[in-house]
Write a protein that binds this ligand. Structure first.
Ligand code: PLP
Length: 427
């Protein structure tokens, strides 16, 4: 399998090279040269297969011969060694809980797959590399946890000052050692811009051997296809579901659209957005315009210029009708109200991101009343207890794995949005 750059179809490399490069020259996104078709027999028998078997078969054609089969099997099992249950919420509505990983966010899967691929590549080559990543909240913790203590890899995480929740901040500042947290005096888009600038700086990039751990990295992006196969494996109905994906940088939904193209039966995708809605605007008008980032209660989706937009576009403009993707946007007030009303009605507690997913699914069902659906619960509600606890009558049980984060051990460094400030802190 080769990957080409969406900016330059002639630039083609294999899985390993694409993982190590992160992005193609000129800030291009890698995209698979062809989309493999899974065998009908595999797709129709998901219920009989183990999750490890499914994940291996899903990712194998994309990895090609970059990783031998036994190693890939091991990497895949380690990546998904926690439950990903499909839970009934109310009539025609299910939640796929992606938050049972170590940091309570769906990004654990992509980060764990990436870190293990990189470990394998660096063991073979003996080269030292530097992960550089911007986070709007959850990426940082997931990447820190996935790479902590790994030999040959230093990790720098840029996060927007004051714009991540307290637990999110602890999750990326608590590690130390090879994990360096940089608190940037700016927005998430500023952090992302700094990272892109660093990658574009050839001297710096050579010196540190930068590797991107954002969802633009194909190892993170492609492994997110697993969720959709696990959803179908547990789906109790005959007719395929619509799936609503809480969306920010659009990596997750782009992975879903890709899984659908490999043959997985999903009726429709719904992009669930907060007030950062450049994709929703695009679906309405056909014009894509990046926006200034708006701060909301679902902060991991506060992205004005989603980095995976071109992958989404590439998926939806190939062969299929444009209506396979719908998108809706909701305010923070609507998001919080839905948390309360669903809890009151069904005793199911959603986090703010899942809540946007729920709202978008319900909105879609208004015009498609016979369609049963799934929304992705992308974060553990306890990560947002400051937001949810303001609602009377809601008790959140905090998983034990979260109580290990201790403020006293916080390691971070404040920097301005100047590129020089980032350069200095790398030394
Ligand atoms: C990152 C994140 C999202 C958005 O995912 P994208 O792949 O960037 O669209 C949604 N919810 C949570 C909790 C996240 O951490």
């Amino acid at each position: 399998m080769k990957y080409f750059s969406l900016n330059d179809p002639d630039f083609k490399i294999d899985f390993k090279q694409a993982v190590l490069m992160g992005q193609a020259p000129g800030k291009g996104l890698f995209f698979p040269e062809y989309i493999p078709n899974h065998e009908k027999q595999f797709l129709e028998n998901l219920k009989e297969l183990s999750r490890e078997e499914i994940a291996f078969r899903v990712i194998e054609p994309f990895v090609g011969d970059s990783i031998d089969k036994d190693t890939l099997k091991k990497i895949v099992s380690e990546t998904i060694d926690f439950e990903i249950p499909l839970v009934f919420v109310e009539d025609s509505v299910y939640s796929l809980e992606l938050f049972h990983g170590p940091t309570g966010a769906f990004k654990d899967v992509g980060a764990r797959f990436l870190s293990r691929c990189l470990q394998y590549f660096s063991q073979k080559s003996g080269h030292r590399s530097t992960i550089l990543v911007a986070t709007s909240g959850d990426t940082g913790g997931a990447v820190a946890d996935a790479f902590f203590g790994m030999e040959n890899v230093d990790v720098f995480i840029l996060f927007p000052s004051g714009k991540v929740s307290q637990l999110q901040e602890l999750q990326l500042t608590c590690y130390g050692k090879n994990i360096h947290a940089l608190e940037v005096d700016g927005s998430f888009d500023d952090c992302q811009m700094l990272v892109k600038q660093a990658f574009a700086d050839e001297t710096l990039s050579k010196k540190f051997n930068f590797i991107s751990a954002n969802s633009i990295n194909i190892a993170r992006w492609l492994s997110q296809q697993f969720y959709y196969f696990f959803a179908l494996q547990q789906w109790p109905h005959d007719e395929p579901p619509a799936i609503s994906v809480p969306s920010g940088n659009l990596g997750n939904i782009a992975a879903g659209l890709l899984a659908q193209k490999t043959g997985l039966k999903i009726r429709a995708f719904i992009a669930a957005c907060n007030e950062n809605k450049s994709l929703v605007n695009y679906l309405e008008t056909g014009i894509f315009e990046p926006q200034e980032t708006v701060t909301t209660v679902s902060n991991a989706m506060d992205v004005g210029n989603p980095s995976n937009f071109k992958r989404v576009l590439n998926c939806i403009t190939r062969r299929q009708s444009p209506k396979e993707l719908s998108g809706y946007s909701f305010t923070s007030e609507e998001t919080l109200n839905a948390i309360t009303s669903v809890f009151d009605k069904s005793k199911y507690l959603m986090d703010p991101h899942g809540s946007v997913g729920y709202l978008a699914l319900k909105k879609y069902q208004e015009s498609h009343p016979d369609t049963k659906g799934i929304f992705l619960e992308t974060a553990h509600p306890a990560k947002f207890d400051n937001i949810i606890q303001s609602k009377p009558g809601i008790q959140i049980s905090v998983p034990i794995r979260f109580s290990q984060y201790d403020k006293a051990q916080s390691h971070s460094r404040k920097i301005s949005v100047e590129f020089n400030a980032l350069k200095e802190s790398l030394h």
